[in-house]
Write a protein that binds this ligand. Sequence first.
Ligand SMILES: NC(=O)c1ccc[n+]([C@@H]2O[C@H](COP(=O)([O-])OP(=O)(O)OC[C@H]3O[C@@H](n4cnc5c(N)ncnc54)[C@H](O)[C@@H]3O)[C@@H](O)[C@H]2O)c1
Length: 253
Amino acid sequence: MNAAPTLLVTGGGIGIGRATALAFARTGYHVVVTDVLETEGRAVAEAIVAGGGSANFIAMDVRDTGRVDAVIAQVCAARGAIDALVLNAGIARKVPLAELTDEHWDHTVDIDLKGMFRVARAALPAMRARGAGAIVCLTSLMGVAWGWTEHVHYSAAKSGVIGLMRGLAAEVATDGVRVNAVSPGYVRTAQLLSAEHSLGPDGVEQAAARVPLGRVGEPEDIAEVILFLASDGARYVTGQVLVADGGLSICPQ
Ligand SMILES: NC(=O)c1ccc[n+]([C@@H]2O[C@H](COP(=O)([O-])OP(=O)(O)OC[C@H]3O[C@@H](n4cnc5c(N)ncnc54)[C@H](O)[C@@H]3O)[C@@H](O)[C@H]2O)c1
């Protein structure tokens, strides 16, 4: 329907999602930025257009099934099936186990795991019907290899993302759609810089010293990996987790 392939990214207003939107735009994708952060998301789409690219912003909360279904239907009607779907939206909330209520658990899992399922479920029929497309999910070192104290619900959700990814990959492979995951280590974003919920600015600098490659990741480091997994260069890769952590997971801490 359209010459330019289409990326839809969730949580595209800041952080890794924003860097992903910009990276795909540079390679010629039309970028659909979605987020609950409307000002930030709109600014990303406007920056892409101002730079000569093609993008639009649509407000979308991944907790809202009706909204997700309507947004995906709108995008497919305008552009045909989505070519690259990046399931990036996520939160990390620090809650000690003794205070971890059902509500805390459900809130994180609803966004970090079920939110990805909702968007993939809505987008896949058109991708499968066309017989092409790639999905990339954001998991975490905290879901792949490490436990994270006071973040049991986050680790559980991020491990769940791997099961979701593998299940989807197996089910849609014969339709020509690939599904993979990226596992970042420490990436300098609002999530990591939160002193309340994660390392905070001082903790980030201390963490950098422990990373074998000598620094924490930047959002662009992860965006490039996502771009690869969505590209034809990864045409024979599906159901995999690509760890982009500067070597953290292979060295004793
Ligand atoms: N930063 C890191 O070190 C790190 C490490 C491992 C994994 N991750 C994962 O990478 C992804 C991006 O993280 P980030 O570091 O860029 O975080 P971030 O906090 O900078 O951005 C998260 C984005 O998700 C959006 N979001 C949150 N709730 C939403 C909802 N209900 N509906 C739609 N959008 C929603 C936010 O508005 C924001 O745009 C997340 O899934 C995160 O868990 C990050």
